[in-house]
Design a protein around this ligand. Sequence first.
Ligand SMILES: [Zn+2]
Length: 122
Amino acid sequence: MRAALMWTINDFHAYAMLSGWSTKGKFACPCCNYGTNSHYLKHSRKMCYMDHRVFLPIDHPWRSNKRSFNGINEFRPPPPFLKGTDMLNSLHDFENVFGKKSKRSIDGPWKKRSIFFELPYW
Ligand SMILES: [Zn+2]
Protein backbone atom coordinates (compact mmCIF):
# COMPACT_ATOMS: atom_id res chain seq x y z
CA MET A 1 0.00 0.00 0.00
CA ARG A 2 1.20 3.51 -0.78
CA ALA A 3 -0.04 6.74 0.73
CA ALA A 4 0.50 10.37 -0.15
CA LEU A 5 -0.27 13.59 1.65
CA MET A 6 -2.21 15.65 -0.83
CA TRP A 7 -3.33 18.65 1.24
CA THR A 8 -3.94 19.86 4.73
CA ILE A 9 -6.54 22.25 6.07
CA ASN A 10 -5.30 24.18 9.05
CA ASP A 11 -5.18 27.56 10.72
CA PHE A 12 -2.26 29.98 10.57
CA HIS A 13 -0.56 28.60 13.70
CA ALA A 14 -0.68 25.05 12.36
CA TYR A 15 0.64 26.36 9.04
CA ALA A 16 3.76 27.56 10.86
CA MET A 17 4.18 24.26 12.67
CA LEU A 18 3.72 22.15 9.55
CA SER A 19 5.71 24.21 7.09
CA GLY A 20 8.46 25.54 9.33
CA TRP A 21 7.90 29.11 8.06
CA SER A 22 7.63 31.47 11.01
CA THR A 23 4.33 33.31 10.98
CA LYS A 24 5.63 35.81 13.53
CA GLY A 25 8.17 38.57 13.25
CA LYS A 26 9.68 40.33 10.27
CA PHE A 27 8.85 37.76 7.56
CA ALA A 28 5.50 36.57 8.90
CA CYS A 29 3.55 36.78 5.64
CA PRO A 30 4.01 33.58 3.62
CA CYS A 31 2.59 35.28 0.50
CA CYS A 32 5.08 38.16 0.61
CA ASN A 33 7.80 35.82 1.96
CA TYR A 34 11.17 37.65 1.85
CA GLY A 35 9.47 40.79 0.52
CA THR A 36 7.22 41.21 3.56
CA ASN A 37 6.77 44.87 4.43
CA SER A 38 6.77 44.71 8.18
CA HIS A 39 6.91 47.68 10.48
CA TYR A 40 7.61 47.56 14.18
CA LEU A 41 5.25 49.77 16.15
CA LYS A 42 7.44 51.13 18.91
CA HIS A 43 4.74 52.21 21.33
CA SER A 44 2.57 49.09 21.11
CA ARG A 45 5.65 46.87 20.63
CA LYS A 46 3.97 44.88 17.87
CA MET A 47 4.77 44.08 14.27
CA CYS A 48 2.46 45.58 11.66
CA TYR A 49 2.07 44.23 8.12
CA MET A 50 0.90 46.81 5.64
CA ASP A 51 1.39 47.40 1.93
CA HIS A 52 -0.72 44.46 0.75
CA ARG A 53 -2.23 46.75 -1.87
CA VAL A 54 0.64 45.54 -4.08
CA PHE A 55 -1.48 42.46 -4.83
CA LEU A 56 -4.33 44.53 -6.28
CA PRO A 57 -4.55 45.17 -10.03
CA ILE A 58 -2.39 48.17 -10.98
CA ASP A 59 -5.45 50.27 -11.88
CA HIS A 60 -7.39 49.45 -8.72
CA PRO A 61 -8.71 52.63 -7.03
CA TRP A 62 -7.32 51.61 -3.63
CA ARG A 63 -3.76 51.82 -4.97
CA SER A 64 -4.07 55.59 -5.29
CA ASN A 65 -6.17 56.02 -2.15
CA LYS A 66 -3.66 57.62 0.18
CA ARG A 67 -6.14 58.83 2.73
CA SER A 68 -7.58 55.44 3.74
CA PHE A 69 -4.18 53.79 4.03
CA ASN A 70 -0.70 54.97 5.00
CA GLY A 71 -0.64 58.27 3.09
CA ILE A 72 1.34 56.84 0.16
CA ASN A 73 0.27 55.77 -3.33
CA GLU A 74 1.07 52.12 -3.89
CA PHE A 75 2.23 51.31 -7.42
CA ARG A 76 4.88 48.69 -6.70
CA PRO A 77 4.51 45.19 -8.17
CA PRO A 78 3.80 42.29 -5.82
CA PRO A 79 6.83 40.50 -4.38
CA PRO A 80 8.10 37.55 -6.42
CA PHE A 81 6.45 34.20 -5.82
CA LEU A 82 8.67 31.89 -3.78
CA LYS A 83 9.24 28.79 -5.90
CA GLY A 84 9.53 25.31 -4.47
CA THR A 85 13.08 24.94 -5.76
CA ASP A 86 14.08 28.19 -4.03
CA MET A 87 12.61 26.88 -0.79
CA LEU A 88 14.46 23.59 -1.14
CA ASN A 89 17.73 25.41 -1.83
CA SER A 90 17.32 27.68 1.19
CA LEU A 91 16.51 24.69 3.41
CA HIS A 92 19.16 22.39 1.98
CA ASP A 93 21.72 22.98 4.73
CA PHE A 94 19.21 23.93 7.43
CA GLU A 95 19.82 22.13 10.72
CA ASN A 96 16.89 21.56 13.02
CA VAL A 97 17.68 22.57 16.58
CA PHE A 98 15.18 21.16 19.01
CA GLY A 99 14.37 22.65 22.38
CA LYS A 100 13.91 26.23 23.45
CA LYS A 101 15.82 28.72 21.31
CA SER A 102 16.51 32.36 21.88
CA LYS A 103 14.70 34.72 19.52
CA ARG A 104 18.02 36.16 18.38
CA SER A 105 19.28 32.77 17.14
CA ILE A 106 16.64 32.70 14.36
CA ASP A 107 17.61 35.22 11.71
CA GLY A 108 15.41 34.13 8.80
CA PRO A 109 11.80 33.14 8.30
CA TRP A 110 12.43 29.41 8.63
CA LYS A 111 12.14 27.94 12.12
CA LYS A 112 12.77 24.37 11.09
CA ARG A 113 13.05 22.07 8.13
CA SER A 114 9.71 20.33 8.06
CA ILE A 115 9.66 16.57 7.81
CA PHE A 116 7.42 17.04 4.78
CA PHE A 117 10.53 18.04 2.83
CA GLU A 118 11.76 14.47 3.29
CA LEU A 119 8.85 13.20 1.19
CA PRO A 120 10.02 12.41 -2.35
CA TYR A 121 7.04 14.12 -3.98
CA TRP A 122 7.02 17.28 -1.79
ZN1 LIG B 1 1.94 39.69 2.69
